[in-house]
Design a protein around this ligand. Structure first.
Ligand code: ARG
Length: 439
């Protein structure tokens, strides 16, 4: 069933009909489509373009379609071209002639543009909510586990930090992710409804009214741009890609930390899986999947950028390809944020293993150098002295804290008893701006 056909002599081929249809995926926007139609219909009535009778019939019809979809009485299926055709043709079936007047001064081009913006905005808020949940969980897990652990550079033990501080790094990434989405929503906060097919309409419609009704700050400035703009989807996909990149880095750390080699954390059985052949295996599939799905979201971003790059103004059917990519990316990010939240919530932190790793890694070497600097040595010289101390410790199977005063003094006469207190791991975090790590 179609909204067009008058100028055709022959029927559309079934193969083409299936190829062209977007109903199987754009049906998720039914709520937005009906919402947009409510606003458009009210505006048409207010501007004297349709009668009160038609206005009432259309709004009642739209409401009944919405209610029936919600209750499961009306299934979104059949040989409709898209969700817009589905709603309009169902409306006409229900309310007759009045239904045919709804599309006055509107095109599916501005209709799909407004529906997609409304849908993207709704999903962006859901993602912000999931980000907030994960932020809280990371903070809670961190507060419960204020234990020292090795901080790494080049995946080599470097300096002491705390597990809480490490998780807080991800909190900061997620706070930026949240701001990026808010920023995108600020830019996309303009209504394209009323742009018509590409060049507005000869009716004196009220775009300010529909923009306000639908919760937009203003109407778009340019009709051609309004129906062709999908920048906000590209931006959101880019925001999602950055979220996934962050989740993927955290996943990678959890995979490393849960290996026997690190053993810093134990993932809950609830979010781990086993091997069909190796009975001893417990695999971190949850976070491996997050790491893997990151590629999929990047793919959606690349796909949409590529779809858009060559199309002339204004609407072209290529743009229908924005949806599956965007919907898939939204669902992927939402499920990954949710799973990561559970993985962190149920994580056990093996603090004894982390503390042991701290004590075995010469993680106080920089502070030994700082100590010598406090006693008057130049930092570059101190660096060299401590390097020699590390070689000595490695050769003799010792850590720096276990050296005797005599041994220290072989390397520099500037060492005194104060060195032991100075380079004790927990004390290191009480000095200078390192205090921020434990605040
Ligand atoms: N399903 C279409 C899309 O997603 C709706 C707009 C159709 N417009 C048109 N001129 N054929 O882009």
């Amino acid at each position: 069933m179609k909204l067009w056909g008058g100028r055709f002599k022959e029927n559309e081929n079934k193969l083409m009909e299936d190829f062209n249809s977007s109903l199987s995926f754009d049906k998720v926007m039914y709520e937005e489509d009906i919402k947009g139609s409510f606003a458009h219909c009210e505006m048409l009535y207010k501007c004297g373009i349709i009668s009160e009778e038609d206005y009432k019939a259309i709004t009642q019809g739209l409401q009944s379609i919405y209610d029936d979809i919600q209750s499961g009485k009306l299934l979104i299926e059949g040989d409709y071209e898209d969700i817009h055709s589905f709603v309009e043709l169902n409306l006409t079936q229900r309310v007759g002639e009045a239904g045919k007047r709804l599309h006055t001064a509107r095109s599916r081009n501005d209709q799909v543009a407004v529906d997609t913006r409304l849908y993207a905005r709704k999903k962006a808020y859901e993602i912000i909510e999931s980000i907030d949940k994960l932020i809280n969980t990371l903070k809670e897990k961190g507060n419960e586990n204020e234990y020292i652990m090795p901080g790494y550079t080049h995946l080599q033990r470097a300096q002491v930090v705390t597990f809480r501080y490490h998780l807080l790094a991800y909190v900061n990434m997620l706070l930026r992710d949240r701001r990026r989405i808010e920023n995108t929503m600020e830019i996309m906060n303009e209504s394209p409804l009323g742009c018509g097919a590409l060049a507005g309409t000869t009716y004196d419609i009220d775009r300010v009214f529909t923009a306000e009704k639908l919760g937009f700050k203003k109407q778009v400035d340019n009709f051609l741009d309004g129906v062709s703009d999908r920048d906000y989807l590209v931006e959101l996909l880019s925001d999602f890609s950055i979220i996934m990149m962050h989740l993927s880095r955290l996943s990678e750390e959890l995979i490393l930390w849960s290996s026997k080699e690190f053993n810093f954390v134990t993932m809950s059985d609830e979010y781990s899986t086993g091997s069909s052949i190796m009975p001893q295996k417990k695999n971190p599939d949850a976070v491996e999947l997050i790491r893997g799905k990151t590629g999929r979201v990047y793919g959606s971003l690349m796909a949409l950028l590529t779809v858009l790059k060559g199309i002339p103004l204004a609407y072209n059917k290529d743009m229908q390809e924005d949806k599956e990519n965007f919907f898939d990316a939204v669902n992927t990010v939402l499920s990954c944020l949710k799973i990561m939240n559970e993985v962190i919530k149920t994580l056990t932190v093996n603090h004894d293993k982390m503390e042991k790793a701290v004590s075995e890694g010469f993680l106080n070497a920089t502070e030994v150098a700082d100590y010598l600097v406090c006693k008057g040595m130049a930092f570059r010289d101190a660096h060299k002295v401590v390097g020699e101390i590390v070689i000595f410790c490695e050769d003799n199977g010792k850590d720096i804290l276990s050296l005797s005063m005599e041994e220290f003094n072989k390397f520099s006469g500037l060492f005194d008893k104060g060195i032991y207190e100075y380079i004790e791991y927990k004390n290191i975090l009480k000095k200078g701006i390192k205090k921020e790590i434990v605040l």
